[in-house]
Ligand binder design. Structure first.
Ligand code: RIB
Length: 309
């Protein structure tokens, strides 16, 4: 295998957004206007977030995504480069960079509206043209802020033996071939309920069983401050999260999924990878923003010491 084809830890295929964030005392009801904080603009998007999170932890990571030829696109590319992400698969043009309009309340919870922009122009042909990235990737992680046909193309492009990690966010119907390739499917409660549909039940263990019945090889359910649950058909294990003071949960799920995907690629079993990922997710909620909140390997070690104390 030549140097150019050396395997890498993680390929992320997904969105890159400029996050336009306003702090609010409470989110407005229909027809209501509320005043918020000064506007902050952060690099975000579920795909770019995952790539930055993994790279900060030390993973050799590449991102396949599309941004516009504009200032937001340059903000994203700069953040990815600074984290050490390989951006050779980044495509430019076709529409403005995706934008996420985000409100964050005092508890750290957020609401997000995404205008996909260039993310919606990441096509199956773009995936097919990125064969070199897929040839090197033992783990590929994808989300649903890009078109469903592009996600299906990602599942088809996996090299033999490669692992697909899918976070169906925002949730949408998934085709059987994509579901069957997931190892794991990573969902929060809302995503689990949408993917399962009627009769999802009330317990995460029930959601995991219902999701496994749809075809994925394994399932991880994230439970916010409650940690996460891992299920692979043989065992179902809950993993607790360290107790932290959350200031902003934006992008914490992306950091969790990136950490999980990376550790699975390094050879951790599912439960060990989830144990690592809940620490990364917990660290991410203690700082503001998405990518700006992600710990480096050193910061994570210091955080782990702190939460043990
Ligand atoms: O998961 C958080 C992300 O969702 C934000 O960065 C925003 O861009 C939206 O994609």
């Amino acid at each position: 295998m030549s140097a150019r084809q050396a395997p890498r830890d993680l390929l992320v295929v997904g969105s890159a957004n400029a996050d336009l964030v306003v702090g609010v005392e409470r989110r407005p009801a229909a027809g209501e206007t509320v005043l918020g904080s000064d506007l902050a603009v952060h690099p975000g998007g579920k795909g770019a977030n995952q790539a930055v999170a993994a790279a900060r932890l030390g993973a050799d990571t590449a991102l396949l995504a599309r941004v516009g030829d504009d200032a937001h696109g340059r903000l994203l590319t700069g953040s990815l480069r600074a984290a050490g992400v390989d951006v050779s698969g980044m495509l430019t043009g076709g529409a403005p960079t995706g934008v996420a309009l985000i409100t964050v309340d005092p508890s750290g919870d957020n609401s997000i509206v995404v205008s996909p922009g260039a993310n919606a122009r990441l096509t199956p042909a773009d995936v097919e043209a990125a064969g070199g990235l897929f040839a090197r990737a033992g783990v590929v992680s994808v989300q649903l802020e890009i078109p469903p046909a592009t996600v299906a193309a990602v599942a088809r492009a996996l090299r033999p033996g490669a692992r697909l990690v899918l976070n169906p966010s925002p949730p949408a119907p998934l085709d059987a071939a994509v579901l069957a390739a997931c190892d794991p499917l990573v969902v929060n409660e809302h995503e689990a309920r949408v993917v399962i549909g009627e009769g999802a039940g009330e317990e995460p263990e029930e959601w995991a069983a219902a999701l496994l019945a749809l075809g994925p090889r394994s399932v991880v359910v994230t439970l916010g401050a409650g940690g996460a649950l891992a299920a692979d058909g043989e065992r179902t294990v809950r993993v607790a999260s360290p107790r932290v003071e959350a200031v902003d949960t934006t992008g914490a799920g992306d950091a969790f999924t990136a950490a999980l995907a990376w550790r699975l690629g390094l050879g951790d079993d599912l439960v060990a990878a989830v144990r690592f990922a809940v620490r990364v997710g917990a660290a991410a909620v203690t700082r503001r923003g998405a990518q700006d909140s992600y710990p480096t390997r050193g910061e994570l070690a210091a955080f782990a010491e702190e939460v043990r104390a």
